[in-house]
Write a protein that binds this ligand. Structure first.
Ligand code: SF4
Ligand code: SF4
Length: 219
């Protein structure tokens, strides 16, 4: 089974791995890339506990390292897939299409993670994994290797909570469950706030408050 080979390869480096078929390929001109390997890496509780009302340099460094670990894992999974005779397209943990699409990436990692049954998208707009909540980072490898999800889709578990909406200093979280038709979070507001207020820490690219306050994270 391809899923077993890839799981063995991935779990040397990441916390969890999942598989899914997508509705269509997100890569223009490459329609066969409609399967995905979702890679998830848990962040350190001790580092996240340093966040109070703003990010910390330790969190920024940890976040950047987590992205690098995920990118390396996605690269290696991609190489493994190619060695088995299929196409592989690793999508970086942190993405931007640049220009007026700078808040967009090629592919939302949380889509693959949800379809793979690793968790759900919370009212914060963040992916909340089963077991580790939103204390995780994600990356994806797109492929034409036929892959099947090994877990059922997880139901949203936010319930009546709205702590992330109340805590967000940017007012970027609407406090609603995600819908298929629209966002429940404003990435431009979030990014603008971080750039204006947290420029001295990782040049305003991280915040972490909505992760710190989420009760699913037990921090
Ligand atoms: S990262 Fe900070 S500014 Fe952005 S949504 Fe979360 S709490 Fe709000
Ligand atoms: S803080 Fe509450 S509403 Fe926000 S993502 Fe976590 S559980 Fe959901």
């Amino acid at each position: 089974m391809n899923e077993e080979i890839l799981t063995k390869t991935a779990l040397d480096e990441v916390t969890a791995v999942g598989f899914c078929a997508l509705a269509s390929s997100p890569v223009e001109g490459q329609p066969a890339l409609r399967y995905a390997v979702s890679l998830m890496l848990k962040l350190s509780d001790a580092v996240l506990k340093t966040i109070a009302d703003k990010p910390t340099p330790m969190y920024f460094q940890h976040y950047r390292t987590a992205n690098a670990v995920l990118d390396a894992a996605a690269f290696r999974i991609g190489a493994k897939i190619e060695s088995l005779g299929y196409q592989a397209f690793p999508v970086a943990a942190s993405q931007s299409l640049g220009g007026d699409k700078r808040y967009e990436g090629l592919f939302p990692h949380k889509t693959a993670a949800v379809l793979a049954g690793l968790g759900f998208v919370g009212k914060s707009g963040l992916f909340l994994s089963t077991g580790y909540g939103s204390k995780v980072r994600l990356a994806t490898v797109l492929t034409d290797m036929p892959l099947e999800a090994r877990h059922p889709i997880v139901e949203n578990g936010c319930g009546d909570c709205s702590l992330c909406r109340d805590a967000c200093p940017a007012g970027a979280i609407f406090g609603e469950l995600p819908s298929e038709t629209g966002r429940n979070f404003d990435p431009e507001k979030c990014s603008r706030y971080m750039k204006e207020h947290f420029q001295g820490i990782g040049r305003g690219s991280v915040c972490g408050i909505c992760i710190k306050v989420c009760p699913k994270n037990h921090l």
